[in-house]
Design a protein around this ligand. Structure first.
Ligand code: ADP
Ligand code: ZN
Ligand code: ZN
Length: 754
């Protein structure tokens, strides 16, 4: 007996470790890594799991239960994916089952998804236009056949460069009001052919492909440099100022990979960004291109999954544009991963597990495929730039904007002064109003950035200072004027606007601070003729709302667009010349060691939207402290100074990238028990790690959804491999979780927290 007798199975549970099952004799052939199986776990509950390994090693303790059935005939998950899941679970200290839950669209492999096929008609071979005309002439005596062929030409959008262009048979018959006999004759004559193609739920893109743009001299030299670096390194950091043409460079690199028959993953931090870039990519790569993000329905996701997995030039995807979860698609042979806006914090998954960083995981995934990775940014993360400086990554720079347009002119507007001299109009400084006024006069467009949604971040009693807070979280409620409600941005709880103070009964409740909704209201008063729209979480709840707003701005049906960080990144608008940053102070004063890095990136990024074509753009930054050193660096677009300052500070105070950081979040509904158990865990960890442990501490927001929170921070040396430390952390958590009464405790580990 030689066949494997045991299988390790990944179950959709948040439990770390291996689950070994016995393979009954009749399933030995079918039980292979990557197929789904049914097994029982705990009592008699049935679960669908995935085989990660088959072997002959019986479990150390207890008796293995049998695999009940094997669901798939062929592996649903390929071997690289299995390795990738395993890496994520080990590096980010979570269960493989949690990775599986994040990775698999829920409808994948379900029978109702089995693809539907429909018959299409295309040319029997790549006829040229001249040849087609000749054929048409020859059919002069058979008008029905001639009409059929003409109809095909019309409906298919045939061109010599894409002669295949399939047309649905049913459509062709309906349009010509003929029977399928006519088509059969043309097929027999060798002009047309009939093929079954998969019916898609996805929007099918036209295949009129444009050749890629010719690179400028600076771009060409950057391109050559990237290729050179790739000869002996796997990762390149492309540091290119905003609008230097990084995307154009990516397009060239993509084309090369596709020609070599390899797949490419192009990652973006935000769904809103996929809208514009997908159009640019489809223009060149047509229907080889797919998009993937969380706004797709489960059946759509399952279909995209399928198209990435198949090796099929007509129905398959070779280029995927996606957000972080696209890393989990079943790529067959990736040649390149592009991580655009690599500095962006949205690449880090917060909750639930796996709390992975998509940039760092992308590098791992590329390595598993023997592929290259390119990280792109106008203001790289300190981590990546440090890796480039140290020679771990290659560094390639693009210092000029495409077409030699100058970087935007930055104007600092002092809000403290303006308030004092009573020059503020609502929340707008004279400098900003003047710039907007000029832009509108020239029929140019404006973007106003404020990183808070809603009308005002809180309301307050003018008599006693009482502020309404969430009933389940330790945060102030945000006032949303349109909805007429106070809303918690952490748990979604909402309540009506109180008529009077909850403490002293006074009726003098006033709004404090401002969010995008208030800016929208007030700018409409100042510029009543301007067409104003807002783009933030509240206005983009529908799947297509991003597209609608972005399209309207492109078509110049909006003069002033107000938005949160959603509008700060990557968008490319021809006629946008003025950008206003309404409040730089609340970016800079955020209590986090990355706050300065982030503010610089955000301001540089949002500024980069202005003046990308004919004309230099203008950016007005409103701040109460124009002498702030980070703002001075933004003023000069001086990334290197930021990098130097940050490396200095982080070396001194021991922060990443000069140490590894692991954060433990501990939650309990009972505050006393939380304090008790977090102290026990803290003590346990200090025994092992000594001074590397900070806390337990209450975080800035110490209660969310009725759960009280404590955090413990672990800083370990960069030089040591972290696997051993992670093992010890996992063991300490295990131990505390087993304490009497600790079952209602929730402990989450966050490796490389953001
Ligand atoms: P980035 O990604 O660095 O912000 P983009 O690739 O979006 O820059 O380029 C900025 C603008 O310049 C875009 O509108 C782009 O189409 C245009 N552009 C860049 N490179 C070229 C080129 N080689 N030929 C023509 N247009 C280009
Ligand atoms: Zn009051
Ligand atoms: Zn809340």
């Amino acid at each position: 007996m030689t066949g494997p007798s045991f299988a390790d199975i990944i179950l959709p549970l948040a439990v770390r470790g291996r689950f070994t099952y016995m393979i009954p004799d009749d399933l030995v052939d079918a039980a292979m890594p990557g197929v789904r199986v049914t097994v029982q776990f705990g009592g008699n509950r049935s679960y669908t799991g995935i085989i990660s390994d088959v072997h002959n090693r019986p479990p150390v303790a207890g008796k293995a239960r049998p695999v009940i059935s094997v669901i798939d005939g062929t592996p649903l998950i390929n071997s690289i994916q299995l390795k990738f899941w395993n890496w994520i679970s080990e590096y980010y200290l979570c269960a493989e089952g949690e990775v599986m839950k994040a990775a698999l669209p829920s409808e994948i492999g379900q029978n109702n998804f089995r693809p539907r096929f429909e018959n299409y008609i295309c040319l029997a071979s790549s006829f040229t236009e001249a040849e087609l005309n000749k054929i048409l002439d020859s059919l002069g005596k058979a008008p029905r056949q001639q009409e059929m062929l003409s109809a095909w030409i019309r409906l298919s959008g045939y061109t010599e460069s894409s002669p295949v262009a399939p047309v649905k048979k049913s459509l062709l018959l309906a349009e010509t009001r003929s029977s399928s006999g006519i088509i059969e004759v043309l097929v027999k004559k060798g002009y047309l052919s009939e093929i079954p193609l998969e019916v898609t739920r996805l929007v099918k893109s036209a295949d009129n492909r444009e050749p890629v743009k010719v690179l400028s001299e600076a771009q060409q030299s950057a391109y050559n440099k990237i290729k050179n670096v790739f000869d002996d390194k796997d990762i390149v950091l492309l540091h290119g100022v905003t609008s230097s043409g990084k995307t154009e460079l990516y397009i060239h690199l993509i084309e090369e990979q596709l020609k070599n028959g390899r797949q490419v993953l192009y990652m973006l931090p935000e769904i809103a960004l996929t809208t514009q870039i997908i159009e640019r990519l489809k223009r060149h790569f047509g229907s080889l291109t797919g998009v993937y993000h969380s706004r797709f329905s489960e059946p759509e996701k399952a279909e995209i999954w399928q198209k990435v997995a198949v090796d099929d030039p007509l129905n398959g995807f070779r280029l995927i544009l996606g957000v972080r979860s696209s890393l989990f698609l079943p790529f067959r042979n990736l040649g390149l991963i592009i991580v655009d806006e690599e500095h962006d914090g949205s690449y880090k998954q917060q909750d639930p597990a796996p709390r992975y960083h998509a940039r760092d995981s992308a590098i791992m995934l590329a390595a598993l495929h023997n592929a290259k990775t390119i990280l792109g940014s106008a203001s790289p993360s300190i981590e990546s730039y440090n890796n480039a400086v140290k020679g771990k990554y290659g560094l390639v720079e693009l210092k000029e904007r495409f077409g030699n347009i100058r970087l935007p002119d930055i104007i600092l507007a002092n809000t403290r002064e303006a308030y004092k001299r009573r020059l503020m109009v609502s929340h707008f400084t004279p400098e900003l109003l003047h710039a907007i006024d000029e832009a509108l006069g020239n029929e140019e467009q404006v973007i106003l950035f404020q990183n808070r949604r809603g009308f005002s971040p809180y309301i307050e009693c003018s008599e006693c200072g009482w502020i309404p807070v969430c009933i389940q979280c330790a945060v102030n409620l945000t006032y949303h004027k349109g909805a007429g409600r106070l809303v918690c941005h952490y748990c979604g709880y909402s309540t009506g606007m109180p008529g009077k103070c909850g403490s002293c009964d006074s009726t003098g409740m006033v709004t404090k601070g401002f969010g995008t909704e208030k800016i929208e209201d007030e700018i409409k008063i100042v510029f009543p003729a301007a067409r104003v729209e807002r783009m933030d979480q509240d206005t983009t709840r529908n799947k297509n709302s991003f597209n609608k707003i972005i399209k309207a701005f492109e078509d110049r049906r909006i003069d002033i667009l107000i938005g949160t960080q959603m509008i700060s990144k990557g968008l490319d608008f021809e006629n946008l010349t003025v950008v206003g940053i309404l409040n730089a102070d609340n970016l800079l004063n955020f209590p986090d060691f990355r706050a300065h890095e982030r503010s610089f990136q955000l301001m540089e990024q949002v500024s980069g939207r202005a003046g990308r074509r004919q004309k230099q753009g203008r950016v007005v930054i409103q701040t109460s402290d124009p002498s702030n050193k980070i703002i001075r660096m933004v003023l000069r677009h001086d990334y290197l100074s930021l990098f130097r300052l940050q490396t200095e500070e982080r070396t001194t105070f021991n922060y990443p990238p000069f140490c590894r950081m692991i954060k433990i979040n501990i939650k309990h509904r009972d505050r006393t028990l939380l304090n008790q158990y977090s102290e026990i865990l803290g003590h346990e960890l200090k025994e092992i790690f000594g001074k590397r442990i900070l806390g337990p501490e209450s975080p800035v927001i110490s209660q969310v959804q009725s759960w009280y929170i404590k955090t413990i921070l672990i800083k370990i040396e960069r030089e040591k491999p972290p696997a051993r430390a992670k093992q010890l952390i996992a063991e300490a958590i295990e131990k505390v979780s087993r304490e009497k009464g600790a079952s209602a405790l929730r402990i989450a580990v966050d490796v490389d927290p953001y």
